[in-house]
Design a protein around this ligand. Structure first.
Ligand SMILES: *Cc1c(COP(=O)(O)O)cnc(C)c1O
Length: 410
């Protein structure tokens, strides 16, 4: 814990941006008498589908649950393989294990820290040769809110018959110029409309927050139906609806061993208000990013994050600095400690999965297999970037980072 995190002036690494609108919406929902999944969730799904331009949006109680459902709906099962970047949160990979499958970890690109598409086709060919049709899917992660090279990924998916299940936990709102699985036209699209399914997170620290929550978007009606069925105990609404006229209201049919991943109306009422503010939040985060970039541009110790395509919209969920360790007498850990001592909370995204005990031991992984992720991990620092930061706070983060970088520069 930061030494003076009790200090009122301490700048937290992340804070949800909750206003009177969200508070009022929760109170109204509580007064309505409908607490669990109901009209608010339906409205949230509809509004989210419209916001990204997807045909279907299915609310779930976490992105982890949503990834599990999307993988299940895409047919991932026992001993199936899913290409996954090592540079991600464990949820992206663990859902494959829930289904008895195996993630196959891939290194990342030096500039974006997204899955390295230049290594992907070679890997697919090798895996195909060794495992045949067991290779089923790619799970790209739009790290920090910057879209992966979706054109390349979609082309490979098409060529090799793979499903693309995107971890879009950081990527709302993100847009990219790309084709989609359903439409060959290359044009600007929101993440949420490119792959077979995309999964967003509304965890407390994400770009819009409901505490816990998530959303699965897809244009595929079959995939949407399966997710809808499995998120609530495998109770079939179609069967239910078909019989409502003739069966009593208590009647339902269980057609599969589903899960319990539905989102509550309390969370959805927060989500509706957050969604209305999402564009403004992104503008503020991007403004903070520009302030950071301008301040760090010429410092020999601080390397700014790179936006590869100026035409993309980057959600800027994270601002990930890289320390030039060759010019610094301290390591990343001490840098973060120095920041905390001066009242600024920082974090690290991510500890690559190949370094985590479970993944390392389960799949015999070695840092040498992921040279870029292994090297970059040593020098990444995530700075605070959220709409609740005023200009003074941004200036303080800048001053503190520059002071430490200069003081320990060699
Ligand atoms: C936060 C996060 C998740 C998990 O989201 P939850 O809604 O907490 O389940 C998955 N993937 C990435 C990359 C994340 O950052």
């Amino acid at each position: 814990m930061p030494v003076d995190s009790n200090n009122e002036d301490f700048i937290s690494f992340a804070l949800p941006c909750i206003g009177e609108e969200e508070i009022g919406a929760v109170v109204a929902t509580m007064r309505s008498g409908w607490l669990t999944t109901g009209p608010k969730t339906q409205a949230f799904e509809q509004a989210f589908a419209e916001a990204v331009g997807a045909r279907h949006a299915l609310a779930v109680n976490s992105a982890t649950g949503g990834l599990h459902l999307a993988m299940e709906a895409a047919g991932i099962g026992k001993d199936d393989l899913v290409l996954t970047p090592t540079w991600t949160f464990t949820a992206t990979a663990e859902v494959t294990r829930y289904l008895g499958g195996h993630p196959v970890f891939v290194d990342v690109e030096q500039d974006t820290l997204n899955i390295d598409v230049s290594k992907l086709e070679q890997r697919i060919i090798e895996l195909r040769r060794e495992h045949g049709a067991k290779l089923k899917a790619i799970a790209p992660v739009h790290f920090a809110g910057q879209a992966c090279e979706m054109d390349v990924i979609m082309k490979l998916a098409e060529a090799y018959g793979l499903a693309v299940i995107e971890d879009a936990a950081h990527a709302f709102p993100t847009s990219v110029v790309s084709r989609s699985v359903h439409d060959g036209e290359r044009c600007r699209r929101m993440i949420g409309t490119v792959g077979h399914a995309s999964v967003f997170s509304f965890y407390a620290t994400k770009t819009i927050a409901t505490g816990e929550g998530g959303m699965v978007t897809t244009d595929d009606p079959r995939l949407a139906e399966r997710v809808r069925l499995m998120r609530l105990h495998g109770i079939s609404r179609d069967v239910w609806n078909r019989y409502t006229s003739t069966k009593p209201s208590w009647y339902y049919e269980v057609v599969a061993p589903g899960y319990k991943y539905n989102l509550t109306d309390i969370a959805s009422s927060i989500g509706l208000e957050q969604l209305a503010k999402a564009q403004g939040f992104q503008v503020r985060r991007e403004a903070i990013r520009h302030r950071y970039d301008a301040a760090f541009a010429n410092h020999p110790v601080l390397e700014m994050p790179i936006q590869r395509h100026a035409s993309d919209v980057h959600a800027w969920h994270l601002y990930v600095l890289r320390l030039n360790l060759e010019r610094l007498s301290i390591d990343r850990e001490q840098f973060i400690r120095e920041m905390a001592q001066r009242g600024v909370g920082c974090s690290v995204h991510f500890i690559p999965l190949h370094l985590q005990p479970y993944w390392r031991e389960r799949y015999n992984l070695d840092p040498a297999m992921f040279p870029i992720a292994s090297r970059e991990f040593e020098r990444v620092v995530s700075l605070p970037i959220y709409p609740g930061m005023d200009d003074n706070m941004v200036k303080r983060v800048i001053n503190v980072a520059l002071e430490i970088a200069t003081r320990f520069q060699v």
